[in-house]
Design a protein around this ligand. Structure first.
Ligand code: LMR
Length: 333
């Protein structure tokens, strides 16, 4: 009797162990934007590829639209291991203490996606990702969103049109300085709160790539949008380093491959998604879209490029120079 009970016990134990062994490794991937944005779509794509390439051994659960964490909380959650993966905007790394990342926030530092990719897919980008390790974070890739434009309830043609306006920004000393250079009043606020703040007049305007503006319906509460393309907003895909290093080597390799494929996808769709969002904003008839002339664009540049010099002490001159060298940017032109 005793022996049979023992055998049953052992058998049940073996069964539950086998069931346990088949449990997939879960990666929680949190982000703050809508699911039908470049980041939202790329996160879903990564989840699909991760399941495929690991033969179901990894399950990536994507939580979009700030459903799990808001801006500031998500970085803490990653460091604590409450989530394993994020793709925060590059502006989020300055407040973490990795100020070199703020180079991405400098207005007009990238003319286009090609210039940007010279940094994000080259040695300068890799060096920046490596700087995250002491924070317990492993940087896996850069994902594009796009170039930001200003929106307001009044027309924007010249820099002076932003004077005295309360402008929502992400938490970033560079973006604060950018807004001050325009004479605006920067207001730091979580992404999930921007729509309501615009609707109730807590802030007058904001800056965003059009995919973010449109998917958060900000165009419904902003009468004017001017395609200034004055700065870049993109992401670093990051994981909790301890979690990542603890994965079986073969699984990590498959996930690396899934990330390569997801990054290719992310950077393929970003521009198209933003172009389509702009068409949708125009079609909505709720916002007047203005494309500045070369001269008007030049006037914005003249006011905003000096922010580079002003923030060099904080970001590090070397980092800024490395980006200039990679892209060929000339601040005096
Ligand atoms: C923002 O707060 O404006 C952005 O970080 C949102 C995002 O992740 O694209």
């Amino acid at each position: 009797m005793k022996v049979s009970k023992l055998l049953i016990g052992l058998f049940a134990g073996a069964l539950s162990l086998a069931a346990y062994a088949q449990q997939p490794i879960v990666i929680k991937f949190s982000h703050v934007v809508a699911n039908d944005t470049p980041k939202g779509k790329a996160a879903e794509y990564f989840a699909k590829k991760a399941a495929e390439l690991t033969g179901g051994k990894v399950k990536v659960e994507v939580y979009g639209n700030s459903t799990l964490y808001k801006d500031k909380e998500e970085m803490e959650a990653l460091q604590l291991g409450a989530v394993q993966m994020l793709a925060p905007s590059l502006a989020k790394f300055g407040p973490l203490g990795v100020k070199e990342f703020e180079v991405f926030d400098l207005p007009y530092i990238f003319d286009n996606y090609d210039d940007l990719h010279k940094v994000t897919t080259g040695p300068v980008g890799q060096q920046l990702l490596d700087k995250l390790q002491p924070k317990g974070i492993k940087g896996l890739a850069f994902w594009d969103n796009g170039f930001k434009s200003f929106s307001l309830n009044s027309p924007i043609k010249v820099p002076a049109d932003l004077k005295g306006k309360k402008m929502r920004i992400q938490s970033s000393k560079v973006l604060e300085e950018q807004m001050r250079a325009l004479g605006s009043l920067p207001q730091v606020m979580a992404f999930s709160e921007v729509y309501q703040a615009l609707q109730t007049g807590v802030v007058d305007g904001t800056e965003n790539p059009i995919s973010n503006l449109y998917t958060q319906k900000m165009h419904e509460v902003q009468k004017h949008l001017t395609i200034t393309d004055h700065g870049y907003l993109g992401y670093a895909v990051i994981v909790n380093k301890k979690f990542w290093d603890g994965l079986p080597a073969d699984i990590r390799k498959q996930l690396d491959e899934a990330m390569v494929q997801a990054t290719r996808y992310a950077n393929q769709i970003a521009r198209v998604e933003n172009d389509q969002a702009l068409e949708a904003v125009k079609k909505s008839g709720k916002t007047t879209v203005y494309v500045p002339t070369a001269e008007e664009r030049g006037a914005f540049k003249k006011v905003l490029v000096p922010v580079h010099q002003k923030m060099a002490g904080r970001i590090g001159k070397e980092t800024i120079d490395n980006v200039y060298k990679a892209t060929g940017f000339n601040p005096n032109k």
